[in-house]
Design a protein around this ligand. Structure first.
Ligand code: ZN
Ligand code: ZN
Length: 603
């Protein structure tokens, strides 16, 4: 399940007050130890305050470079701007990157606090990633679907952060820039991948069609003057003409040397390092996922063999192990809720999960930030069956929603297949992943971490890895009463994560074919055809992201083992979890370095 998370949290002003408090406390301690403390240490307070100022300047300038992202993060100063991705714009980004790499260099890292050192590393990585995207990856050339202004504008219409009239006025200004936006796109496109070309044609057409409808409705509801309304409609019509022109440009493109959708190992390795920020290489992660797949198959075979007679009586066991596992899974999957009970079942489970986590001392849950389960809003429909919508960093006290897709209007066969996938066992694992102690719990912790940098530039592998780790951790601690059915379905679920990694690496660096992919997903990971085809489409159109789940999971499991080794019988699972999450959504490798160094100092 995908998770829509507008990362979190603190206004710069709030950071200052938190930091100030911390530093006052720190200086009192330093005064008490004045005789053996070198005076330089006291200066670091000021030094770190300078770095905090720098971070805020960096964020301000970043929003000016990326106004559309700013809007969707809840920063609305640049709502009237669209990024026109021409050569001039890209030069500006490169300048921005170089200037900030210089600024970062000018800070002496030995004087920075541990948290600021982490932030410096995160900013540095972000800048390198931007440079890489423009100069090496060049998706702006070969991925025509990276241009689509409709999503950002639809977001402004559907999110109620300002009076409708203000939002529509900004939308009008954006629409005015849409022809220039697509002109730049046309000039950029060179030998696009045929798959991304097709996607761009579908998405741009569909996106503006639905925008046209909702915008006209909103205009009707608004109190704008007739003149203003007429102007907006004029810009809208010009924008739609520009989109149609872009779509026909794409359709008529000769494209005899279209790039492969496969990234290739050199770009893949670089992108993996910059985006996942793991201490492992992608090859190491691939090997580890391969081992995990074999381990999971062995575990599943053992359980399936044990369960066979319960469900199949004296029928002889299939000789093929994968066929045996598959038959048992299919049978257990028929144990599921009715279509109209889907949302209420999820709602009922959240407090049960919270009780389990608290009763078993797994992690502290903050009761002041409740999770609201709601029907998936219309504008998200079809994106994901279940997702978390989190408040952005500029709206820390906003609600956190668990969006649940409705099965209303689905034909019986489609609903049945979906409900088998989210049967009584997997539905619980889904809730662990999305809600408690998964994404939602992590988010509450992340909101409490005093860093705008970790909030905005949160690491996807850490976030997904935590949710995947939470699934295993709950079962290890007895959630589901160690029922063999629960474990079997968990292993199937975990296998999906593992195979996401195998698939992504194999497709983008090892030329895995469609047939090989389907074999991996349907035979070895027990997925339905429709799900597997959907995954094939996703792996063609995206790269690297599918490895984030397993990579983060492995890194967190490894870190837990390392801490256990160092601490021996002093290891406390609850403390480990709370400490791990206290740093915000930072890359696991940075959290790891900090936690291990803290542990060694305690010894
Ligand atoms: Zn059924
Ligand atoms: Zn997730």
């Amino acid at each position: 399940m995908t998770t829509k998370r507008n990362h979190l949290h603190l206004l710069p002003e709030i950071i200052y007050s938190v930091m100030k408090k911390a530093f006052t406390f720190l200086s009192i301690i330093l005064l008490m130890n004045a005789c053996n403390t070198p005076p330089a240490t006291t200066d670091n307070t000021e030094y770190n305050k300078n770095f905090d100022d720098y971070k805020n300047r960096f964020v301000e300038q970043m929003w000016a470079m990326y106004p559309m992202w700013a809007t969707e993060t809840g920063y609305h100063k640049y709502d009237s701007l669209l990024e026109i991705n021409n050569a001039d714009y890209r030069n500006h980004i490169i300048q921005f990157v170089n200037q900030h790499l210089d600024s970062l260099q000018s800070f002496d890292s030995t004087k920075l606090s541990d948290l600021n050192k982490m932030d410096a590393a995160i900013i540095n990585n972000f800048l390198q990633l931007n440079k890489f995207n423009i100069e090496e990856l060049k998706a702006w050339q070969w991925n025509p679907s990276s241009y689509n202004a409709s999503g950002n504008i639809s977001y402004m219409l559907s999110e109620n952060y300002e009076p409708l009239e203000n939002r529509i006025r900004n939308i009008g200004k954006k629409l005015e820039q849409v022809p220039a936006y697509y002109q730049a796109a046309k000039e950029n496109i060179q030998n696009p991948s045929p798959e991304h070309l097709q996607l761009a044609i579908e998405q741009n057409k569909g996106g503006f069609e639905s925008l046209q409808t909702t915008l006209k409705d909103s205009l009707g509801e608004s109190t704008l003057s007739t003149d203003e309304k007429t102007n907006i409609v004029t810009y809208l019509n010009k924008a739609i003409a520009a989109v149609e022109d872009y779509v026909s440009f794409l359709k008529n493109l000769k494209n005899e040397n279209g790039r492969s959708f496969r990234l290739g190992s050199e770009l893949y390795a670089k992108k993996f390092n910059l985006e996942i920020e793991s201490s492992y290489s992608y090859e190491q992660i691939y090997d580890s996922a391969m081992q995990r797949k074999n381990y999971l198959h062995i575990q599943m075979a053992t359980i399936a063999t044990k369960l066979w007679s319960k469900y199949f009586g004296n029928t002889p066991l299939p000789e093929d192990t994968l066929a045996l596992i598959s038959k048992v899974i299919d049978t257990i999957s028929t144990n599921h809720v009715k279509p109209d009970e889907f949302q209420t079942t999820i709602e009922k489970q959240i407090p049960e999960l919270e009780k389990f986590v608290t009763d078993h001392n797994l992690i502290y849950l903050d009761p002041s930030k409740p999770l609201k389960v709601r029907k998936e809003p219309a504008y998200m429909a079809g994106v994901a069956g279940a997702s978390i919508s989190a408040p952005g960093p500029y709206d820390k006290n906003g609600n956190t929603y668990y969006n649940v897709g409705s099965l209303a209007g689905w034909d019986a066969q489609r609903a049945e297949s979906y409900l088998r996938e989210y049967n009584n066992y997997t539905l619980q694992i889904l809730n662990i992943h999305e809600a408690v102690p998964g994404h939602y719990t992590q988010l509450v912790y992340s909101n409490n971490s005093p860093s705008i940098i970790k909030a905005i530039l949160g690491n996807g592998a850490m976030v997904e890895g935590w949710a995947v780790y939470g699934e295993l951790m709950m079962l290890e601690n007895g959630y589901g009463n160690n029922e063999p059915e629960m474990w079997l379905m968990y292993y199937k679920w975990n296998l999906r994560t593992v195979c996401n990694t195998l698939l992504d690496v194999s497709v983008h660096t090892r030329n895995m074919t469609h047939d090989e992919a389907m074999h991996l997903l349907t035979k070895e990971a027990f997925q339905q055809n429709a799900e597997a085809e959907g995954k094939w489409r996703r792996v063609m159109l995206t790269n690297v992201q599918l490895t984030s789940y397993y990579t983060g999971f492995k890194e967190i499991c490894d870190l837990r083992e390392e801490c256990k080794k160092i601490q021996g019988n002093k290891f406390d699972l609850k403390k480990f979890h709370e400490k791990f999450l206290s740093f915000g959504s930072a890359p696991v490798k940075l959290i790891r370095a900090q936690m291990l160094s803290d542990l060694k100092q305690q010894k």
